[in-house]
Structure formats: structure tokens, C-alpha cells
Design a protein around this ligand. Sequence first.
Ligand SMILES: N[C@@H](Cc1c[nH]c[nH+]1)C(=O)O
Length: 368
Amino acid sequence: MTALLPEGFRDRLPPFADAAARLEAAILGAAYAHGYERTDPALAEFESGLSGRLKAARAQDAVRFVDPVSQATLAIRPDMTAQIGRIAATRMGHHPRPVRLSYAGPVLKLRASQLSPERELRQIGCELIGLDTVAAAVEIVQVAVAALEAAGVTGVSIDFTLPDLVATLAAGPLPLDAALIPQVRDRLDAKDAGGVADVAPAYLPLIEAAGPFDAAHDRLCALDAKGALTSRLDGLWRIAESVRGRVALTLDPTERHGFEYQTWLGFSIFADGVRGEIGRGGSYTIVHENGAEEAAIGFSLYADAIVAAGIGDIERKRLFVPLGTEAGIAARMRGEGWVTVAALEAGDTPEAQLCTHLLRDGVATPLG
Ligand SMILES: N[C@@H](Cc1c[nH]c[nH+]1)C(=O)O
């Protein structure tokens, strides 16, 4: 027997687990109010149904196992977006588009990532299936911002990126051998100016184009002499306008970390006081059973990162109800919003029960 958990796993204890549950309820409530209805996909599924569901997704970052019952290889979901894609393409395939779905649940990564040393993360998100237009992106970004506001998360910033930027430029104004694209992408991603200069010097200005949104957007527009990016840049501007003033905005056109399947738009979400991202999203392509492709867009938030920073925490107010107190009094106090903790034995104390108040003569009296 061992009390230890495997690397990358942890238990969530009070008050963090409660804070996470409240955060999740606030986020899902905001999503629901914007028309996103809840789906609760299976924890594990046939590996073949998950991999390849999203176009351009790399080989799965999933923990796999052979199911003794079906003898098939199953994967534990590493990301719920592909599952929502599967549901939208199959059981909800005949549903009128766009389909708006929300979800929340644990995901399991094969390896820890930059986002977190944890391998088991709780993902909460929304997906809009059937469109990846600017209007769809405006809605998704606004829902993400509204959900974070509803959850009390402050100091939010959104960093936009254009995941298919290199491929778009390579096919147009800045021709590049297809074989070199991955290399140029990696070097741009690493902000390795020397490396980019060696392989594709024409791409160097892209490194400089990262920073606060307006200035970065201007620099990209200046680079776009041949107009290959005009529609993307205009769209990006409209998306940013829709949340301006509510969140800080930056643009890093060549950021690729974590955007393996996103298409024209990607974004990372940050919050003051939280190390790393608290969420990510973007447009992507779902592959149907018959090979047909469908556009979609969405976002996922990571609850643990937000809770760890203390956001989503509320003041703990617990009222100690001494032994022998009439049940009706405690019920009345709960009705007034108190958390009541009843003594069950004579020796019990408010301190032992982490109480902040004591019920004395029917009145909540602060302790210490
Ligand atoms: N599921 C993706 C983010 C996303 C949702 N929809 C589209 N992209 C992630 O967690 O990285």
C-alpha cells in the first residue's frame, strides 16, 4: 500500500475542491446563458474514434490501454475538444448548424506539458460547431471573457495567434519549400532569430511583430504588402474590438505551442497572478466519418490553474452549532446563507471544525 500518487496526479482537498466546483458552475452558467448546452462525453473511448477526428492533430497525447472487455485499444481523453467533435459529427450530425456545446471534466495527458506539471487536468469549455467565421470567433471570445468575469477572474489577457500563418505565407507572398515549413515554424515559435535567418530570412520580421495588440497588428499589416493576410488581419481586428477594455490584448503571430490543430485563429488566455495559461482556444476542422470536413471554433479553460492562484476562492464562513441546539435554528441559519457545522459530541469545538462563528442564543457570534 502507498499513500503516494503517481507523478502528475494529485488530490484536490478543501477548500480548493469547493472553489474549483464554484468556478466551474459559474463558467458553465455563463456558457448556458449564451446558448451552450452541456455534453458529458465518455472518459475513455476507442482510440481510433479520437485520433484523426480533428484535422492536423498530432498523434494522440493520450494514455492508451487494451480494454479487457472489447479487446480494443482505448484512449483516455487528453482533450475534450476532439470528443465534442466526434459527438457533433456523429450523434448530433443531423442537428441544425451551428451547434453550441459546453463541457467540463477531467482530461489525462500522457506527459506533463508547459501548461502544467500536472497530467490530470480539469477542462471546462465551449465549442461552436459548423462555423469558424469572424462572427463565430467574436462570439466564442466574448463567451470566454463573460465566463471568466462571471467566475470573478480579474486581470485577464488574451494573446492571439495565427496558427496557419507560415503555411499561408509560404503558399503566397513568401514562397517556401513545403519541407522547410515545420522547421521555420519551430524556429519562429522558439523566437530563434538566428535560426530563422539561416533558413528563411524573409520570415524574420514576424518575430518582431509580437507584442501589445495594436502595435503588433500594425506591424503585421505593414508586412502584408501583397494582401495575403488582409482578411485574417481584418477579422482579428474585429475580434479584438469586441472585448477591448474588458481584457488586455496581445498578438504573437507565430506562437504555435499548444495550437497543433487550430487553423486560422488561436488564442491563449492568461490571468494576473497565474503562472502560465488558464485557457486556450481557436478555430479547427472536424473530420466526419465519410471524410467530410466541418469548421468549428471553441475554447477550453483549466480550472486548477485559476484556483491555485486563489481566484475563485471565497471567504470561508462556518457557523459552529453546539450540541443540543434545536434543529430548526440551524436550518434557519442555513436559509440565511450560513454554513452550519453541528457538534456531534460533547468535546467538539469550533476551532476543530474550522468555524469562524459560534451560534450562541440563536445569534452568530464571531470567534477570535
Ligand atoms: N481544447 C484546446 C483548446 C480549444 C478548444 N477549442 C478549440 N481549441 C486546448 O485545451 O488546448
